[in-house]
Ligand binder design. Structure first.
Ligand code: ADP
Length: 321
């Protein structure tokens, strides 16, 4: 198994119209979503062997989501069904192209109710990497399940990847989010933030300064995604900016998940010793996957294949040479 993702698998309810706040949206369209699940699908589309661990309701949406993952060749042996809570819904408004607003229907949702005793330990210890986000850290028992999985994966020598993916509406306060997210940093190898998350965790949006602060808290690699500008990395030995591939963007949903899925696809093929030397090329590939996702609407339907990603990189190389 190349990598396993753990966290939320849910229904994204996309607004029928963009450029409107919740009060003006006239209809919502259900689509499969949840960042860690998207990352598993992104990896599978790009040729990696991936699995998803999480919990959905024992309801129509839960079955639908399991079927979507199976169709995308994501291993679902770690997916659990809850008889007492519904599959989580995320209602979305898109007042502008680069900004989504969320209301989570999850009081509690099945994704929060994943328990440590429901984890498939063999699956976790088989994987070269475990990827998680912060939604599963925002409530119990999914927080304990996440921490247990991280502990098993680390003990088995897997790379721990963490996308902070901060959703303010899900936390009691920014302080609570900061505390739970910060507690995990020493146990991770790779941490990905966007500029807002960098500021939440370090009190600066200065990429070089903030990433150095995060690196000092434990991870071996810190990545900052910068939307249409590209991405930035920092390790103990180097840092650098990897420019985006220019595309005609229509919807940024899923770009970060495509980026992480692509990055993990590349890094899990590298020897641990060459992880850092392979990083700039892996980030360029991840930028290309993110860029392609911006050219199509939605998350899972927008995720590119390996051939599409290579073709964008080749077209870009040809244009600049
Ligand atoms: P998130 O905020 O979820 O981390 P981003 O929106 O920064 O994700 O997108 C992740 C990556 O996808 C970026 O680092 C970039 O490489 C690529 N990307 C996103 N939007 C665009 C865009 N409009 N044009 C080109 N590349 C993009």
């Amino acid at each position: 198994m190349d990598f396993v993702t753990l966290g939320e698998l849910l229904i994204d309810m996309f607004p029928a119209e963009t450029g409107r706040h919740f009060s003006q949206v006239t209809a919502f369209l259900p689509k499969p979503g949840g960042a860690p699940a998207n990352v598993a699908v992104a990896g599978a589309r790009l040729g990696a062997q991936t699995a998803f661990i999480g919990k959905v309701g024992n309801d129509f949406f839960g079955e639908f989501l399991r079927d979507v993952l199976r169709q995308e060749n994501v291993d679902t042996r770690g997916l659990r069904f809850d008889d007492d809570a519904r599959t989580t819904l995320a209602m979305i408004a898109q007042p502008s192209a680069q900004h989504n607003e969320y209301i989570f229907y999850r009081n509690p949702g099945a994704d929060q109710r994943l328990r440590p005793d429901e984890l498939d330990r063999a699956l976790i210890t088989l994987a070269r990497a475990l990827h998680i986000g912060s939604l599963s850290l925002s409530a119990e028992p999914s927080r304990s399940a996440t921490l247990q999985a991280v502990q098993w994966a680390r003990a088995a020598g897997a790379l721990i990847s963490f996308d902070v993916n901060f959703r303010p509406a899900l936390w009691r306060s920014p302080d609570d989010a900061r505390a739970q997210i910060s507690a995990l940093l020493p146990h991770t190898a790779l941490v990905k933030v966007n500029e807002t998350e960098l500021e939440l965790l370090t009190a600066t949006n200065h990429v070089a300064t903030g990433s150095a602060q995060l690196l000092a808290r434990g991870p071996q690699i810190v990545i900052v995604t910068l939307g249409a500008q590209g991405s930035y990395f920092r390790t103990a030995r180097a840092d650098g900016f990897i420019p985006a591939l220019p595309v005609t963007a229509i919807d940024s949903t899923g770009c970060g998940d495509a980026f992480v899925g692509a990055l993990l696809t590349q890094l899990t093929r590298a020897d641990k010793a060459e992880l850092e030397t392979r990083l700039p090329a892996a980030l360029r590939f991840a930028n290309a996957a993110g860029a392609l996702t911006a050219t199509r609407r939605g998350a899972i339907p927008a995720l590119p294949t390996y051939q599409e990603t290579l073709a964008l990189l080749a077209a870009h190389d040809a244009a600049v040479s």
